[in-house]
Design a protein around this ligand. Structure first.
Ligand SMILES: O=P(O)(O)OC[C@@H](O)[C@@H](O)c1c[nH]c2ccccc12
Length: 490
């Protein structure tokens, strides 16, 4: 349990409280706090004042919190989160006090690693309208006490979760305001599917906030589509407050009938029952995507044999699928993905027929397999993920630039094909690609077990490796492939 950044931040804060008291040597306003204003007003885009962070380093070290708040307020923001932790985030209680004094009608959240009831009281005296309670650092009883005290003082409490265990620990409390952090405060890795995964287990009446990693409209759209009422945004708006408008727009999306990312989230990551940490992600069987299906009988076979995703190519390819065939398929166990190749700089060029399949629910998502730039995907289709071809180290940087929750990596084939080439990605590039890993390129029943053992992918994608000839799958290879993956992770 010791040694993570989170442990250090908390230990240092405890020591500081012992030394300086809960106000940490800062002077609280003498006039007393103004009456709290509601924190969760719409548009529920909470913008944060954060000078630096352990994961991102200096964000805007000299930022004046009142000037920063002015930029937020002028764009219609009604809720501001102020990081008051000094050592790791460069904040202070004075930042919060000043923002609140300048903007009494704006609701201010005290963002800190609060540890006890006195922290809550000091937050109120400083003018906070809401406090953050981080489940990862508080015993359930203590969190409940702090929560009760916050409400008693007229504040709201944003209860922050990151794991299934934490969610179960606060279930009895049924907090009315829940944040799910897509960043793991222990390792500082980010995963947009964590909030989606946990949201599915939150079945009490509450407003849900998607925290961290929100930069553009499509991040907010993902949150809204999958059941979040608000987003908490730091770095993106510290750097560029102009982004607020797009983020507000994305959040206006009504939760729809999309299932793609929530199903992926449910079938990956943490085990559904509270799991021991050492049994996480890596021990799960990777998802299997069988791509390049053109025959209905192959689709049935792949679906029944246990594929998790079925891929249909709507691009120049010996494996081009007939949209009418896909429309006739009806319900499948597996998720259905349409693979498209669109041209950069040409605007919206996904074929209408394919968009129609997505709209009518015959497809669950699109895979962009061309040279689409990071900002050319979302405007064309949602949900989607990007496939990136890796030929050299220079291509690795590409992966991080895309905004979808996952990026599929494939080989950059000498012939220039957009997938299905049978070529493999050099092992050192796969290893350097980061995780969670969605892996394509030259997989087949003979080599998939070794690839799973070596790289522990979250998803494996196979197309030409299961064929008897281009466009036609071999039933035996489909079954063997799936069995090999199962055996390797059993
Ligand atoms: O800068 P980002 O990626 O937009 O993240 C903002 C906010 O979610 C993040 O700062 C945060 C969420 N929970 C926290 C707890 C402590 C410190 C910081 C945080």
């Amino acid at each position: 349990m010791s040694g993570t950044i989170l442990d250090r931040i908390v230990a240092d804060r405890r020591a500081r409280i012992d030394r300086l008291g809960h106000a940490q040597g800062e002077t609280l306003p003498e006039a007393g706090p103004p009456v709290p204003v509601p924190f969760d007003r719409d548009p529920f885009v909470i913008c944060e004042i954060k000078r630096r962070s352990p994961s991102r380093g200096a964000i805007s070290a000299a930022a004046d919190p009142v000037l920063q708040a002015a930029k937020y307020v002028s764009r219609g923001v009604q809720s501001i989160s102020v990081l008051t932790e000094p050592e790791y985030f460069g904040g202070s209680l004075q930042d919060l006090i000043r923002v609140k004094q300048q903007y009494p009608q704006v609701a201010v959240l005290r963002k800190d690693f609060l540890l006890d009831v006195e922290d809550i009281e000091v937050s109120r005296q400083a003018g906070a309208d809401a406090v953050l309670l981080i489940a990862a650092i508080l015993a359930p009883q203590q969190l409940a006490r702090m929560h009760a005290r916050a409400l008693e003082l007229g504040m709201q409490a944003l209860v922050e979760l990151h794991s299934r265990d934490e969610l179960e620990a606060v279930r009895a409390l049924q907090p009315a305001l829940v944040g799910v952090n897509s960043r793991d405060l222990r390792s500082f890795t980010m995963d947009a599917l964590v909030p989606l995964r946990l949201r599915a287990y939150g079945d009490w009446q509450a407003r849900w906030v998607f925290e961290s990693g929100v930069f553009e409209e499509e991040h907010a759209a993902l949150a809204a589509e999958y059941g979040f009422d608000g987003v908490l945004v730091g770095e993106a708006v510290m750097h560029r407050p102009q982004r607020i408008t797009g983020i507000q727009q994305g959040l206006q999306r009504q939760p729809g009938d999309q299932v793609f990312w929530s199903r992926i989230a449910a079938d990956t990551g943490e085990m559904p029952a509270a799991a021991a940490p050492e049994r996480e992600a890596s021990s799960r069987r990777p998802l299997i995507k069988i791509c390049g299906l053109t025959w209905q009988e192959d689709v049935r076979l792949a679906d029944q044999a246990g594929a998790d995703l079925l891929g249909f190519v709507f691009a120049d390819s010996p494996r081009r699928a007939d949209p009418a065939m896909v429309a006739r398929l009806g319900a499948t166990r597996a998720l259905k993905v349409g693979v498209v190749v669109t041209s950069p700089g040409q605007g919206k060029t996904v074929p209408d027929q394919v968009l129609q399949l997505l709209q009518d629910g015959h497809l669950d998502a699109l895979q962009f397999s061309g040279d689409e730039a990071p900002d050319e995907c979302y405007p064309q289709a949602f949900p989607y993920y990007k496939a990136v071809r890796l030929g050299s180290e220079d291509d690795l940087e590409l992966i991080r630039r895309y905004r979808c929750p996952r990026v599929l990596i494939d080989a950059r084939a000498p012939g220039g094909e957009y997938g299905g080439s049978g070529h493999r990605i050099p092992a050192e590039l796969v290893a350097a690609a980061g995780r969670p890993l969605w892996l394509a390129g030259g997989l087949n029943p003979e080599n998939v077990a070794a690839a799973v053992r070596e790289f522990r992918p979250e998803l494996v994608d196979v197309s030409s490796g299961l064929e008897s000839h281009p466009g036609k799958k071999d039933p035996r290879k489909i079954r063997d492939f799936i069995q090999e993956v199962i055996n390797e992770t059993a």
